[in-house]
Design a protein. Structure first.
Length: 184
């Protein structure tokens, strides 16, 4: 499957690469001083896209698209993934089938998920969305849908997310901007 995103562990010794259909996995790569070596593949619940590492480095968050009816953010246990343990792949918080990017708030309390086509995949008349997930609630509930605490309307096809360093703003890039709204 085609690679989409990469993120490293806090110490830079491992790189995780999201792989789309048909692979549907996270590739784990060990980075030594002069060479990188491919390790194991950890199967995900669908095509893997955007990645975010928790501040502690314990969890890797993966935007996944499982099929035309479901998608969201899958949690992976980083140490288990490094060890090649297939149980590294935890549950998935469902958002929309087109979850494409994931970002954590500066304080690690919130997860933001860009839902590329949350309205109508063929039209941009209705706003698409960014889902907001309570990180701790997702962990304690086994990645339950109840951990989605808000949905933010945005312009057509949101694909990129960034949080300001002070945690005050969430920036969203869209493939198509149809309104004159600047901030939500």
């Amino acid at each position: 499957g085609p690679p989409f995103a990469a993120v490293t562990t806090l110490d830079g010794r491992y790189v995780f690469v999201s792989m789309g259909d048909p692979t549907n996995a996270i590739a784990v790569i060990r980075q030594d001083k002069t060479v990188a070596s491919a390790g194991q593949m950890i199967a995900t619940s669908g095509s893997a896209f955007g990645l975010a590492m928790s501040k502690s480095g314990r969890y890797l968050l993966v935007a996944v698209q499982t099929d035309n009816t479901s998608g969201g953010v899958q949690f992976l246990d980083v140490q288990k993934a490094i060890a090649g343990d297939p149980s590294a792949a935890m549950g998935t918080v469902p958002t929309y089938p087109s979850a494409i990017e994931v970002q954590l708030s500066v304080d690690n309390k919130l997860i933001f998920v860009a839902n590329e086509f949350s309205a109508d995949q063929n039209e941009c008349d209705n706003p698409d969305t960014v889902s907001v997930i309570d990180f701790q609630k997702a962990l304690s509930s086994g990645q339950s849908a109840s951990s989605v605490i808000a949905t933010i309307p945005v312009d057509c096809a949101p694909v990129g997310l960034a949080v300001s360093s002070d945690g005050r703003y969430l920036y969203v890039t869209n493939e198509t901007a149809l309104s004159t709204r600047s901030f939500y």
